[in-house]
Design a protein around this ligand. Structure first.
Ligand code: DI6
Ligand code: FE
Length: 404
């Protein structure tokens, strides 16, 4: 396998416990071997025999290198949009009230069911391209707007297909327990019954990497969520949960008891919930786009999460209802301004901790032996990535060792 050398750069490795903030290595060198990082460190310490084996050399012209960004919570594949609902909300109708009137998620379910796979792929590919253009190399995509075997399958197949056609790694999550579809109106338990064989089929078809649910008073109860998680556990699939977004439903404790990879949203997280997550090693995925777009006022308990040393990830939550957002860089900025993340916490939130939220140990930091997914930025300091609003300083990105 041929080796490539990357020099004339500073590297923010994001390695945990590094002596320097951001794991920063000034004047770094990086050696890739195929899809993997073979060596990274200070250029002066690069072993000469390794350097001699490098067939290609890339001059990064002073760029800052970070791990490829990871968007660990998206609902990227959907039909239609909710611009009219946005107008309603601006006139004072709440997100929950719209959902109760049959709008909200249900309206996107209608549009998603009506769309062909090709149409869904076309609209989703545009959103995905916007994320890739900001250095995203891994994305999680949830189902949850199909809500029947046929339409959940269609959405998950579109997600897989996007991952085959674009230079990005797609991880899929089954979110059948997102809302009760119209054909099960008033029968949410019967709908949950139907999810169990649905999950089995989709998993057998290789379409599911993890399982999620919306545990909320306008979603599913803790008991219903537990049944979905039992089905996931029987199939050996990891779980994650939309928890405590609009109220404290005890979802975090429940998810932690299943060893969940992550709990997401968490504005209403309690002390007990945070302690349970810390104990289980569950990542907190915070979603400032949804907080902003729904004009929420209850902040996630950042100090509680820090005290319990719960790893914090950040994501776009890209979806048509609560976060129609395709900029992960904007989330860095919003996490700092709205949630009081430090820029270093924010960058760890879209790299190291986002990888952890997906259960992926082979990426999220720059280190020997890990995937050669990284981004080259036209910035002098990593804090600049969280600082700018609406700028895109990406110069290039590398996916599995190849410039894209
Ligand atoms: N919470 C969210 O923020 C998204 N899903 C969820 O369970 C929003 C989904 C939507 O409004 O379409
Ligand atoms: Fe979400």
């Amino acid at each position: 396998m041929s080796l490539s050398l990357w020099t004339h750069c500073d590297a923010a490795t994001l390695q945990s416990g590094a002596a320097q903030p951001y794991g920063l290595v000034p004047d770094a060198a990086l050696v890739t071997e195929g899809e993997v990082i073979r060596w990274i460190g200070a250029r002066q310490e690069l072993p000469s025999d390794l350097k001699a084996q490098c067939h290609a050399e890339h001059d990064c012209e002073g760029a800052l290198i970070t791990p490829g960004l990871i968007d660990c919570h998206t609902h990227l594949v959907y039909g239609g949009d909710r611009a009219a609902e946005f107008e309603q909300r601006l006139q004072g109708v709440s997100y929950e009230a719209i959902a109760r009137q049959g709008g909200g998620i249900a309206s996107t379910v209608r549009a998603t069911r009506e769309a062909s796979a090709a149409e869904l792929e076309r609209s989703s590919a545009k959103r995905l391209s916007a994320l890739i253009a900001e250095g995203v190399t891994t994305i999680e995509i949830k189902s949850g707007y199909g809500l029947s075997l046929e339409h959940e399958r269609k959405c998950l197949q579109v997600a897989r297909s996007l991952g085959c056609k674009q230079a990005i790694d797609v991880r899929t999550t089954f979110l059948g327990a997102h809302a009760v579809p119209p054909e099960f109106a008033g029968q949410s338990d019967a709908y949950v019954d139907s999810l169990l064989p649905m999950l089995q089929s989709l998993h057998a078809e290789g379409l599911v990497d993890a399982v999620d649910a919306f545990c909320e008073r306008i979603g599913f109860s803790a008991a219903q969520t537990a049944r979905v998680f039992d089905a996931a556990r029987a199939l050996g699939l990891p779980v994650k949960l939309h928890a405590e977004q609009l109220s404290d439903s005890g979802g975090a404790q429940l998810a932690a008891s299943y060893g969940a990879l992550s709990c997401d949203h968490l504005e209403w997280l309690s002390l007990e919930g945070a302690a349970a997550m810390a104990q289980a090693g569950t990542v907190a995925v915070l979603l400032p786009g949804a907080f902003y777009f729904l004009r929420e006022t209850k902040l996630p308990p950042m100090d509680l999460l820090r005290q319990h040393q719960v790893p914090m990830a950040l994501s776009t939550d890209c979806n048509p209802g609560s976060s129609p957002c395709t900029s992960l860089l904007l989330m860095l900025n919003m996490a700092c301004t709205l949630f009081r993340f430090t820029p270093e916490e924010a960058l760890a939130g879209v790299t190291r901790h986002a990888a952890q939220a997906l259960g992926l140990a082979d990426r999220g930091v720059l280190a020997a032996g890990l995937r050669a997914d990284f981004a080259l930025w036209d910035v002098a300091h990593p804090a600049a990535l969280a600082y700018a609003i609406g700028a895109n300083p990406l110069r290039a990105s590398v996916f599995k060792g190849t410039l894209r």
